[in-house]
Design a protein around this ligand. Structure first.
Ligand code: ADQ
Length: 735
């Protein structure tokens, strides 16, 4: 039976050794907390690091660690101290984390971090491959493992792989500064489905893929030479029932059964019944905006002194990544701020901030969530922020006010909360005041709406939705009508080729025999392809026709000494073997004077585009333009031209990043059909829209082949130009 393989940097459990005994505790953090319930219920294994450096595990306990993890369906990946330093504290947390959260000034570019990151990603991928069986679904998580999807794909090309990014994906302008941006994108694109918390992260990612790797992006699909990758947003939920139930149980407890923390909170509530508690809870991280929050709280007390002794900020900061200098500095900054604010405002019976710098057991989190009247969560950037959702889930009597930063992914789904800009102290202060003064009915009505949504879109639902979308990508693979030239088709094709009495091959040039270049003149045929075409043309039974949109002079020059027929400009000109060029139709070019200035205007307004002037057509190339702007302008130009061309008997061909205006009545289909006699092997291959005319008009028995995965009328497809050459080479060997 197929299973799900979850891979994340850390396992959902932390293994420690005390007195030669293994201790297992659940690990903290959004991902582990969220996915744990999905893992427990389903048929899945989880691969990740156990949390202990390899050097700290005595040799005789290595096996025990493995077994302990195995009891929880977990597979422990062992990391050495050096690997942890370069991969985790280095590239993950000093390069990707700050960059993806827009802290460019903290972002370090260090070759050793990058090398270690690659090496450790490979280690995770290898571990997956050890456990992978055909039909399994692989789900890779988060920014520490960006290269893993493609590393798995290289070894298991048909694997079904999903990737979810738990942190923001920055805008192209920020992402492009990463020295290894191409490799990182290619790594993630090994997946079939890529998920983000919000649509904004999704569109940032798509824009980076289209601008940096220049892949075709249509809505949320990326076309690679051999696959389609789907990108979507799945806002992660929480285990709602668990938090709700914990809160209900909490209220059932008598006061003597309360935790020490709760007793302290009870004491506060009793001593100052009209005072309110504000909760602040995060990992100690500069992205969480803790220092700003403290400053805003100070500003609030300054601005509204009537709240002195009426409010207390209960601040829990969970230690995190304390090996990284920025985190150490932040810790000092927060200690100082808390000290200063408490010093400034404290009275004999009151301190404004209670500060805890430690991790707390689940029970205490519930104490805090249920006791605080207001939750003040003000990250500068946050992928989602599950604490906000957990707070609302525990408010079983529906009271309480959530103040949430608009920079948290969660803000998109929690509109009824009070949404603030974490850099605007004045707004934060007035929002705190608004929270204090909010009538209970309003609190209840706001929270009820959020609760309904959170309950419905729980973490289980989130995981199910992701897995469902991942399974759908499998169906999409099969939905392509063209058949990949696999080994069976390949054998049949060669057999028919070999046995044929006469053969005709229609070969498109750009994107089929050679790859695209930045400028058309740079895509010259190389020696290998010239030799290959010559060998084919020299076969007695084979007729080779190069059929291209190119102008006749270039095509004629490049293929001067090759004994083949050339058809240029989509059929406007024909040069038969050993003869001169002839105009194939009564085509005109007197329309060009009228149309050229229109296109020139688009060239001026769209940097990177240019006009290619052919004898009987004009082509506007936008391959080098900004991809989004290019598409918009191409659309605009098509519309503008529509009116003009109908008066001149012209048509517009929408090619691969090129619009071509030419006489109607000329196309590759018409031209190729004219060449047919009684050949019993007909073969046509091409990559773009203009080749579709051939695929449609050639007789049914023809072998029509599209290059790349796209919608097509061709019967077959191959992935790229490399495979086109392999196929043609096989023809030369099977004469
Ligand atoms: P985090 O940055 O860790 O997660 P968050 O989403 O708020 O941030 O999750 C924190 C989790 O840790 C919560 O589930 C919370 O209950 C738990 N937690 C906090 N303090 C704790 C403590 N003292 N003891 C025990 N548990 C504690 C990353 C991204 C987020 C994204 C998540 C999930 O940075 O933006 O929401 O992943 O994708």
């Amino acid at each position: 039976m197929s299973k799900t393989i979850i891979i994340s940097n850390r396992l959902p459990l932390q293994i420690n050794i005390e007195n030669d005994e293994l201790q297992v505790t659940p690990s903290v953090g959004g991902l582990a907390t969220g996915l744990k319930s999905f893992h427990k219920e389903g048929d899945s294994i989880w691969i990740g690091w156990s949390g202990m450096p390899e050097e700290e595990i005595p040799e005789h306990l290595l096996e025990d660690v493995k077994n302990k993890a195995r009891e929880e369906d977990c597979i422990a990946v062992n990391l050495t101290q050096d690997e942890i330093e370069g991969f985790y504290y280095g590239f993950s947390n000093r390069t990707i984390w700050p960059l993806f959260h827009y802290f460019m000034e903290f972002t370090e570019s260090d070759d050793w971090y990058w090398e270690t990151y690659k090496q450790v990603n490979q280690k995770y991928a290898d571990e997956v491959l050890k456990h992978y069986q055909e039909g399994d679904h692989i789900w890779v998580h988060d920014y520490q493992l960006l290269l893993v999807p493609n590393m798995i794909r290289e070894q298991a090309p048909d694997a079904i792989i999903g990737f979810f990014n738990h942190i923001p994906f920055p805008s192209y302008e920020v992402f492009r500064t990463l020295p290894w941006r191409d490799e990182v994108l290619e790594g993630v694109l090994g997946a079939d489905l890529i998920g983000f918390h919000t649509y904004d992260y999704e569109r940032h990612f798509l824009s980076s893929v289209s601008r940096i790797l220049r892949h075709q992006v249509d809505f949320n699909e990326i076309t690679l030479p051999d696959r389609i990758v789907k990108v979507d947003s799945f806002p992660m939920g929480i285990d709602y029932d668990k938090f709700e139930k914990a809160a209900l149980d909490h209220f059932e407890k008598t006061s003597e059964n309360h935790s020490e923390l709760q007793q302290r909170l009870d004491h506060h509530l009793k001593a100052t019944p009209d005072a309110k508690l504000i909760l602040s809870l995060d990992r100690l991280d500069y992205t969480k905006g803790i220092a700003n929050r403290l400053r805003a709280f100070e500003y609030f007390l300054d601005k509204y002194p009537e709240f002195i002794e009426k409010v207390r900020l209960v601040m829990l900061a969970v230690p995190s990544r304390s090996n990284v200098p920025q985190y150490q500095r932040l810790k000092r900054e927060i200690d100082e701020l808390v000290g200063r604010i408490n010093g400034k405002f404290s009275t004999v019976s009151w301190t404004p901030i209670w500060y805890f710098y430690r991790s707390m057991p689940f029970e205490n989190l519930i104490d805090l969530y249920t006791s605080c009247d207001i939750a003040l969560l003000t990250p500068i950037r946050d992928g989602m922020n599950l604490v906000a959702k957990e707070y609302i889930a525990t408010r079983t009597n529906h009271t309480g006010v959530l103040i949430l930063s608009e920079m948290a992914g969660a803000a998109h789904e929690m509109n009824e909360a009070l949404i603030i800009n974490p850099n605007n102290f004045d707004q934060m202060a007035s929002t705190l005041k608004q929270a204090f003064e909010m009538p209970e009915e309003e609190q209840i009505s706001r929270n009820k709406m959020i609760q309904k949504r959170l309950k419905r879109y729980s973490v289980e639902k989130w995981a199910q939705d992701f897995m469902k979308a991942l399974r759908n990508t499998e169906d999409n693979r099969q939905a392509f009508e063209a058949i990949r030239i696999n080994s069976k088709v390949y054998d049949d094709l060669l057999e028919t080729y070999k046995n044929a009495k006469s053969r005709i091959l229609f070969l498109d040039y750009d994107g089929t025999l050679v790859n695209f270049a930045d400028k058309p003149e740079n895509a010259k045929p190389d020696e290998e392809i010239i030799a290959l075409i010559k060998r084919l043309a020299n076969q007695e039974k084979t007729e080779v026709i190069l059929i291209s949109g190119r102008d006749k002079d270039t095509l004629g020059r490049w293929w001067e000494d090759t004994p083949i027929d050339l058809i240029s400009e989509h059929g406007t000109w024909v040069r038969e073997k050993g003869k001169d060029w002839e105009l194939s139709e009564n085509v005109k070019n007197d329309w060009m004077e009228a149309v050229r200035p229109v296109i020139e205007n688009f060239v001026d307004r769209t940097p990177g585009t240019f006009i290619e002037e052919k004898n009987y057509s004009l082509a506007w190339h936008y391959r080098k333009a900004d991809p989004e702007l290019g598409e918009i302008r191409a659309n605009e130009l098509s519309n503008v031209l529509k009116e003009l061309i109908s008066n001149h008997g012209l048509s517009v061909l929408n090619g691969n990043k090129v619009l071509e205006i030419k006489s109607s009545g000329v196309n590759k289909g018409k031209s190729s059909n004219k060449k047919l006699k009684d050949q019993d092997f007909i073969f046509a291959i091409g990559d773009d829209w203009t080749d579709e005319y051939m695929f449609k008009e050639l007789p049914e028995k023809a072998y029509t082949v599209k290059v790349g995965i796209k919608q097509t009328s061709a019967r077959y497809y191959v992935e790229d130009t490399k495979r086109v050459r392999t196929l043609l080479k096989a023809f030369t060997d099977n004469d």
